[in-house]
Design a protein around this ligand. Structure first.
Ligand code: FAD
Ligand code: SF4
Length: 572
């Protein structure tokens, strides 16, 4: 067994891990990043092969080698998920993500208190474990700004220090500075969406993206090639951590990345984490010993690694004296309404594919929920039918309207007519946390290394969520009709399984009895162990999570450099 020593070891070098690698190595700490996948380069993303990157999901974990299983409830048998929404290589999910980069709202950080203040405690479902974050939007604001400038985010501010700005998101919390780059170009679906939303008295805007709209810090601006979500960017315009912050870590001279490193255990001596054990590409068994251990391999392995690292002192998983490990899993619930036009082209396959233009009127607590029977909300946006806009992605993701078959000449004619003449109005409804939505170790399914697969027990179809999704579907349909579409129809809802942006499992809190980490992502039980990523989110917001994951990574790095390093021990 090979053993090496370092100051900091980081498991998983994706959206969060790469930020920590850059910040800590720049601060003079010796950092080793352990990443199970390869380190690709911009040249590896050419050509944009839709079969390879979209259909076969080449940049994501291989579902046979790295299975994650799902069952709707504890009585059902779990089955492997067919699609995994996170990364598998240096840069993680940011290589192939849609790059929509939101700051959460101020009330997203205090959803429990804000709900009680406005509607009373009875508005929160009795079985929900909805909790406030132990940090506020105002505390995180400088770190959101840091993330936007370091990574490169394009957009338009809607609230500069309390001054509402027309054309930006007027519902956003106050920010000190505008985005570093202007919004991306508006395509025809954005034009139609904006006109429709304004007609309805709503407030549309260009969704912020971690895609550079102009040349920025030596990188080339977006060429609007259209093969974006599910693909790596062939010119490096998508601000993946591979092209934005990992080069900063490299330049520090203090960072070393080990690829093909499948981490399987956090080693500990009772009071401290002593390091990480991993299998190398040649199946070698290796250990890195470190003063600080950081876990950032996304939510499945944040929980799985801690469960696999149980000790006599922590028989239910390392750092799990609270018993909260693996609980409170959340995911977005997507609904879609199609708008197809007989009289015009929309060409929405062009440009970045994820949320193009959006509106925030029905998100968070931006509207009165009195009498609606549910709390929290959803972003609404215009997008493509699937996670990308090419012909295969559209064919796989676009359900034809009732009465049109999914095969044969009628289906061919439908696709030929509407591929370039449709837009999709989508939502991502916030799902409340529930303690019985969990990740644990699957007793039956193992991965390519013989480790038990992470198993999710989850079903979004709870009364609050069912009502929230039904409400937003009506809003989506209203916008689609106001766009002037000839045909408008709803896509069927998913059957209960976890949608994208899965969060929870190592929740952050202000009480060690009810949370796994404190406000600095530091384990309550083991002070030199930090757990970073959306697994720490106590609630989830109706916005995509990655900019918040990265802002919290900057906040955590700052706490390690300016607090922990000076006085190692509990930060709270
Ligand atoms: C198609 C798609 C589109 C998306 N679009 C958006 C979007 O538009 N906006 C948004 O905000 N979010 C989006 N997301 C979600 C986004 O990708 C994730 O939120 C984000 O990448 C999570 O960051 P992370 O650092 O926690 O994990 P990742 O970025 O996934 O990084 C984790 C890394 O850890 C590695 N790893 C895992 N286990 C181990 C192990 N045991 N040992 C060693 N290494 C390990 C993985 O290989 C991976 O590289 C999208 C996701 C998908 C799949
Ligand atoms: S749409 Fe822009 S950011 Fe996306 S892959 Fe193409 S050039 Fe890159």
């Amino acid at each position: 067994m090979a053993i090496e020593k370092t100051d900091v070891v980081i498991v998983g070098v994706g959206a969060a891990g790469a930020v920590l690698a850059a910040e800590l190595s720049k601060a003079g700490m010796k950092v080793i990043g352990l990443e199970r996948g390869p380190r690709l380069t911009t040249a590896d993303f050419r050509p944009h092969d839709e079969l390879r990157f979209f259909q076969r999901q080449d940049l994501r974990p291989n579902v046979k080698r790295q299975p994650v299983t799902w069952r709707p409830n504890a009585k059902a048998r779990a089955v492997p998920l067919r699609n995994l929404s996170y990364g598998n290589g240096a840069g993680g999910g940011t290589i192939h993500y849609g790059a929509v980069s939101w700051r959460f709202h101020a009330d997203d950080f205090r959803a429990r208190s804000a709900t009680i203040e406005r509607y009373g405690a009875a508005a929160i479902p009795e079985d929900s474990s909805l909790a406030d974050w132990p940090l506020s939007h105002a505390e995180l604001e400088p770190f959101y700004e840091r993330a936007e400038y370091e990574i490169g985010v394009s957009g338009k501010a809607g609230n500069l220090d309390g001054r509402k700005v027309e054309g930006g998101n007027v519902f956003e919390a106050p920010r000190k500075r505008d985005y570093p780059l202007p919004p991306l170009q508006t395509d025809q679906s954005g034009v139609l969406f904006d006109e429709a939303a304004r007609k309805l008295g709503l407030h549309p805007f260009s969704a912020p993206h971690a895609i550079i709209s102009q040349d920025y810090r030596g990188r080339t601006g977006c060429t609007y090639c259209g093969f974006c979500q599910a693909f790596g960017c062939h010119v490096g315009a998508k601000s993946s951590t591979l092209v934005s912050v990992l080069p900063q870590a490299d330049a520090s001279g203090n960072f070393r990345l080990i690829t093909g490193a499948m981490c399987y255990r956090v080693n500990s001596d009772g009071a401290r984490a002593t390091g990480i054990s991993y299998y190398g590409l040649d199946n070698s068994d290796n250990t890195i010993e470190a003063e600080i251990v950081i876990l950032s391999p996304f939510i499945y392995d944040n929980t799985r690694l801690l469960l696999l690292s149980r000790t006599d002192k922590f028989p239910n998983g390392l750092a799990n004296s609270s018993g909260q490990l693996g609980k409170h899993i959340m995911a977005h619930i997507g609904a879609k309404v199609y708008a197809a036009f007989d009289s015009r082209y929309v060409n929405n396959y062009m440009g970045p594919n994820a949320q193009k233009h959006a509106l925030d009127d029905f998100n968070a607590d931006n509207y009165d929920h009195g009498g609606l029977g549910f709390i929290r909300g959803s972003q609404v946006a215009v997008a493509t039918a699937n996670t990308e806009g090419g012909p295969i992605g559209t064919a796989m993701g676009m359900e034809p309207p009732h009465g049109t078959p999914r095969w044969g000449a009628a289906y061919r004619d439908f696709m030929a007519r509407y591929f370039a003449r449709h837009a999709v109005v989508i939502s991502e409804t916030e799902n409340l946390p529930y303690a019985d939505h969990t990740i644990d170790l699957d007793p039956d399914v193992r991965d390519a290394w013989g480790l038990p697969a992470p198993r999710i027990t989850y079903d979004w179809r709870r009364p609050n969520e069912i009502k929230g999704v039904a409400f937003i579907q009506d809003k989506l349909e209203g916008v689609a009709r106001a766009m002037g579409a000839t045909h408008v129809w709803r896509a069927p809802l998913s059957g209960g399984g976890p949608g994208p942006h899965t969060q929870g499992g190592t929740r952050m809190g202000s009480d060690p009895k009810t949370s796994v980490v404190n406000r600095y992502s530091q384990s309550w039980d083991i002070p030199n162990l930090f757990i970073v990523g959306s697994s720490t989110h106590p609630s989830m917001s109706g916005f995509n999570p990655t900019l918040t994951i990265q802002a919290v990574a900057y906040w955590t790095a700052d706490a390690i450099v300016n607090k922990y390093k000076k006085s190692p021990g509990p930060l709270v």
